[in-house]
Design a protein. Structure first.
Length: 351
């Protein structure tokens, strides 16, 4: 693993990634080729905490860059752990070389599991192939050859399966999302499947329950990394602002909450260090609580940052304004704030 300063040097100008539909592909390719996303994968001796540290640092500079790194890194881990022999032998090396980008498109699967809505993507077996139809309302890193991981449902048996596909395949169309509040360079949009045909090579070799039980803690920890990275930048900016005086007590309290979340995050990263020794069924509650608390704190801190910085922070191009808008993304990125609150309350009522 190369050192973090090198990774930070690769981060593009955040005012561009905030507002313009440029894309972050080159950044992701360079970051990946330099060996930055391998930590915590099966062949790496570096622990997942290194990935956490990377995403945290990236987010302190640019949430867009941290978010697309999370998506590419998680997709690579799904293939590394559960890919078919074809995916592991042919596609994983491309992902790890930065030659192909990954996209995790599991929001609909998470909503389906929580009981909020039925998975809108279906599969049928036809002549030894899987025929896929439906829509992924939101996904990111959508480049022409991106490898997307998603879940689909057999409409008769209600069986769920996890698939990978390449966006260049026939039967797929992408509608880019434009004019977002922030994160405009994340190549986000809607993916539609109309008669997509996939062979067995593109089916992940894992049952859906085990996949989520094993992957969700890691997914949530690395999402918490970008929430906490954004918060650290906001806290520093707020504390050093000329107008910080009246907010001293509040900032002290927010700093304490931040320090507490960092301790919880580090302890959970430590717990995830030895993947092989972890049980197939894991309690998601501490990870869900951390992710919710980290998102809520980021928004609280960015509000105080704006109040401390004052009117100049209200210009769209000011980094304070960018962080306020970026922090609001944390409530709508799956698992959304609504689904986190709902699932945490369900788990607590069962305890
Ligand atoms: C820029 C951008 C990029 C994105 N990129 C990706 C990506 O790469 N991959 C990906 O998977 N997704 C991505 N998403 C999608 C995102 O993860 C969410 O799925 C999406 O924003 C959720 O929208 P929703 O309206 O369904 O919100 P939800 O919060 O799911 O639903 C809205 C309402 O339902 C309520 N609600 C939520 N859960 C429950 C429940 N269990 N029971 C009852 N009520 C509930 C909430 O309180 C809320 O009122 C992206 C979104 C954006 C904006």
């Amino acid at each position: 693993m190369s050192n973090l300063a090198t990774a930070l040097d690769l981060v593009p100008d955040s005012s561009t990634t905030d507002t313009q539909p440029e894309n972050l592909r080159e950044f992701l390719s360079e970051l990946t080729a330099a060996g930055f996303i391998d930590a915590g994968l099966s062949q790496s001796s570096a622990p997942i905490a290194k990935s956490g540290e990377l995403i945290h640092e990236l987010a302190s500079k640019c949430l867009s860059s941290a978010f697309v790194t999370w998506s590419h890194r998680m997709t690579s881990e799904y293939i590394d752990r559960f890919g078919s022999p074809f995916l592991r032998e042919q596609r994983l090396p491309q992902l790890l070389a930065g030659e192909r980008i990954g996209s995790t498109a599991l929001a609909t699967a998470l909503a389906d599991r929580s009981g909020k809505e039925l998975l809108p993507i279906t599969f049928e077996r036809v002549d030894g192939q899987y025929l896929i139809n439906g829509v992924i309302p939101w996904a990111s890193n959508l480049y022409s050859d991106t490898l997307v991981v998603f879940a689909a449902r057999e409409p008769n048996t209600q069986e769920r399966k996890l698939f990978a596909t390449e966006l260049s395949f026939a039967g797929i169309s992408v509608k880019p999302a434009e004019g977002l509040l922030a994160l405009n360079a994340t190549a986000s949009g809607t993916v539609k499947f109309e008669g997509l045909q996939l062979s067995e090579d593109y089916v992940l070799d894992v049952v859906v329950d085990e996949f989520f039980s094993r992957m969700r803690p890691r997914f949530l920890l690395l999402q918490s990394a970008f929430c906490l990275g954004l918060t650290s930048a906001s806290l520093e900016s707020a504390k050093s602002a000329n107008g910080a005086g009246p907010f001293a007590t509040e900032l002290e309290d927010l700093q304490e909450q931040f320090d507490d979340l960092i301790s919880r995050w580090e302890a959970l990263l430590q717990k995830q260090e030895d993947f092989a020794s972890l049980p197939a069924t894991q309690d998601p509650l501490p990870y869900l609580e951390l992710r919710l608390a980290a998102a809520v704190l980021a928004q609280a801190v960015s509000r105080v940052e704006l109040a401390s910085v004052g009117g100049r922070g209200y210009f769209v191009a000011n980094p304070t304004s960018r962080r306020v808008r970026e922090s609001l993304f944390l409530s709508v990125q799956a698992p959304t704030e609504g689904s986190l609150r709902w699932e945490i309350s369900q788990l607590k009522s069962l305890a």
